[in-house]
Design a protein around this ligand. Structure first.
Ligand code: SF4
Length: 285
């Protein structure tokens, strides 16, 4: 059995799916400064939590596993208790399971006639490809823990919803069939991540995966430093990056170096789309 600190979770699994090296640092250096969320990131996390809480109103009658975030084993035990209640609640919010040395906390677990439905709540306006492995690892853990999961859904915000009528605030999309395909690779990937975590820092080359689906917090450790920019008359000043610390825009528009919104990049070197730092920034000649 792996020590608890080396156990995986849904978020760790997804980090490892993006890059084993990123996962290794997340697990072995949990206090790394890169992992401290800045104001913008905290804002996004808070919005996600708020949407998650609101979603429970649309699957009413459930019982919340209401324990502090890091009490994983207690949450697993409490979930087991709720599943054995008579009568069993129609839904459990934050139901938590452990199997294959991996924790999975389900936003909403809904009891059905022949099994359970798992609902992953997302603060997005549509279903995204990266949601599928997120749901798949939960289905894997729940089934390995002995729970019959018959349905998997992503519940995201409805772009058609107009205030003050919030009756259609969410859209529930059945992703059961899509997830079954992704599930085929989950077991091997979990085993590979566990093996990797027991060794030393893996050697992973940089690439597109450093910013997809999320900007890796360890970019500064892996990517080479930019060379000094040059002007037409010779050596020029270094690139200037104007940032707004207060910006709460999505990470897709953030500078991968500073993790802040880039409003303007270099006035001298005009980096091309191959520029490793931020291809989304506008270069002013
Ligand atoms: S910067 Fe790229 S290679 Fe380095 S840990 Fe992050 S994802 Fe992996």
């Amino acid at each position: 059995m792996a020590p608890q600190s080396l156990r995986l979770s849904k978020s760790r699994f997804l980090a490892g799916l993006q890059c084993h090296k990123q996962l290794w640092w997340r697990v072995h250096e949990p206090d790394a400064p890169e992992l401290v969320p800045d104001a913008g990131h905290r804002n996004i996390l808070n919005q996600g939590n708020e949407v998650g809480r609101k979603a429970r109103d649309y699957v009413p009658g459930g019982t919340l596993v209401d324990l502090p975030f890091h009490q994983f084993d207690n949450k697993v035990a409490r979930t087991r208790e709720l599943l054995q209640c008579d009568p069993e609640p129609p839904a459990i919010y934050e139901a938590t399971f452990l199997a294959d040395e991996t924790y999975a906390a389900v936003d909403i677990l809904e009891r059905g006639p022949r099994g359970y439905g798992l609902i992953e709540v997302k603060a997005t306006n549509s279903l995204k490809p990266e949601h599928l492995p997120d749901v798949a690892v939960q289905v894997h853990v729940l089934r390995r823990a002995g729970l019959p999961v018959e349905r998997a859904e992503v519940m995201h915000l409805n772009p058609e919803c107009r205030y003050p009528d919030l009756g259609n605030l969410f859209v529930r999309e059945d992703v059961s069939a899509l997830v079954e395909g992704v599930l085929l690779g989950v077991s091997d990937e979990l085993a590979a991540q566990h093996r990797m975590l027991e060794g030393s820092l893996p050697d992973v080359p940089i690439g597109d995966h450093c910013s997809r689906p999320h900007v890796c917090p360890f970019i500064e450790r892996c990517w080479p430093k930019l060379p000094p920019a040059r002007s037409s008359s010779g050596a020029g000043p270094s690139c200037q990056i104007t940032t707004s610390a207060a910006c709460t825009a999505s990470s897709a528009k953030r500078c991968s170096s500073t993790r802040r919104m880039v409003t303007r990049r270099c006035t001298i070197c005009r980096p091309t789309s191959s520029c490793p730092r931020s291809t989304r920034a506008r270069c002013v000649p």
